[in-house]
Design a protein around this ligand. Structure first.
Ligand code: NAD
Length: 363
């Protein structure tokens, strides 16, 4: 039995989902597509995510999949020629944090130009959807806010290559990361991916504001769970660790193993998306943080996965990735108040469920 779905059972009208064949989009379709009059997905079946550009075998029956690219005006025009969406859920994106430093143009094209192309196509079609829903990212916060022992706070910039090379992982020895929040943390991305996600937010806010329509922005933390691509080497640390432990290998830990993230299970993310989609914001724009509200070191994550598989202890390598933030987490209280939503999955339960799914895929 799936967990209770916030947002009632009201019909959703016509829904266009860009990138809707991916991890989050295909899980969302399973929960929501049969509530829509139409659930049209525009997805280019990116080969890095979908091996051989094959659509996922278990895509919900209600999905009307159109293969096309958000950067190509004609592909968007074709869809909007016969679909007048009430809601647009914009998921299509290049999502590699580290990859975005070496393939910046690709990230800029898909995430930034793909968003402006979507909006221009709406203009050409003479149609203003009633509600846009964007999955933004914790990456817009960069290193976020840190607090010194005397209580004063600061927002550090990025850790330079030289700093990482010297193994200086933290921003001062005594300072502590403060969980990010829309209200308390000014966005300050430190990698190209994060900058493109913030650009998406700002472009959509400008366009929807000028067209008197609504916008929901959900800033997602690190999402994990079944359906996340097992072939994409650039995203999904939980899936990557799981594959190593399944093979009986010791999981390598970057930096000193004390990097922290907020790992949020896919069902909790989909519940937040369902709630946001079903209840358009009263004040035209809403921005909300979606995470588990719990901060976990990558060492603890790795030990949990290794324990499940009786794999050897993880080991610290001292390696690092340029563009990684040291800590990321969020406070979810405001989102709970706004969306009548709260995360339900513990890391232990989510990790166990993911291992069961990976076994069905790989065995
Ligand atoms: N998974 C996470 O941890 C996470 C965290 C924060 C934000 N997000 C955001 O959520 C959204 C969905 O992420 P996901 O985890 O489902 O990723 P995913 O890679 O599984 O899905 C993305 C989908 O977009 C499609 N796509 C890529 N480029 C496209 C293009 N040019 N035209 C049309 N379709 C294209 C891909 O084929 C894929 O099906 C993204 O916007 C991502 O930035 C994800």
């Amino acid at each position: 039995m799936p967990p209770a779905v916030p947002g009632g059972r009201e019909p959703l009208g016509r829904v266009l989902v860009t990138g809707g064949a991916g991890f989050i989009g295909s899980t969302l379709a399973e929960r929501l597509a049969d509530r829509a009059e139409q659930w049209v997905v525009l997805d280019n079946l990116h080969p890095q995510v979908h091996p051989g550009s094959r659509p996922p075998a278990d895509l919900a029956a209600a999905v009307d999949l159109r293969i096309g690219d958000v950067t190509v005006a004609e592909d968007l025009d074709d869809v909007l020629a016969d679909v007048r969406p009430d809601v647009v859920i914009h998921l299509a994106a290049e999502t590699g944090t580290a990859q975005s430093l070496s393939e910046s143009t690709r990230h800029g094209m898909v995430n930034v130009v793909g968003t402006t192309q979507l909006l221009d196509a709406c203009t050409r079609a003479g149609h203003v959807p009633g509600h846009f829903v964007l999955t933004s990212s914790r990456a817009v916060y960069g290193e976020g806010v840190w607090r010194r022992p005397d209580g004063t706070t600061f927002q550090p910039g990025l850790r330079t290559h030289a700093q990482l090379e010297a193994g200086r992982w933290d921003h001062g020895t005594d300072a502590e990361h403060v969980p990010n929040s829309v209200a308390g943390t000014h966005p300050h991305p430190i990698n190209v991916y994060g900058a493109t996600k913030l650009a998406q937010e700002q472009i959509l806010a400008a366009w929807t504001g000028s067209h008197d329509t609504r916008l929901s922005v959900l800033r997602l933390q690190n999402v994990y769970g079944p359906r996340q691509s097992l072939s994409n080497p650039y995203t999904g640390i939980v899936s990557l660790f799981s594959r190593l432990a399944r093979e009986g290998r010791s999981i390598p830990l970057y930096e000193d193993g004390e990097i922290t993230r907020d790992f949020v299970y896919i069902d909790d993310v989909v519940s937040a998306l369902v709630a946001a989609t079903a209840q358009p914001p009263v004040d035209r724009v809403r921005t909300a943080d979606v995470g588990s509200g719990v901060r976990t070191t990558i060492g603890d994550l790795a030990r949990e996965i290794a324990r499940y598989h009786s794999a050897p202890e993880p080991h610290v390598t001292g390696q690092y990735r340029d563009g990684d933030v040291r800590h990321a987490s969020c406070a979810v209280d405001d989102t709970t108040a706004q969306l009548d939503w709260s995360p339900r999955w513990s890391l232990r339960d989510g990790v166990a469920r993911l291992q069961e799914w990976i076994a069905t895929q790989l065995d």
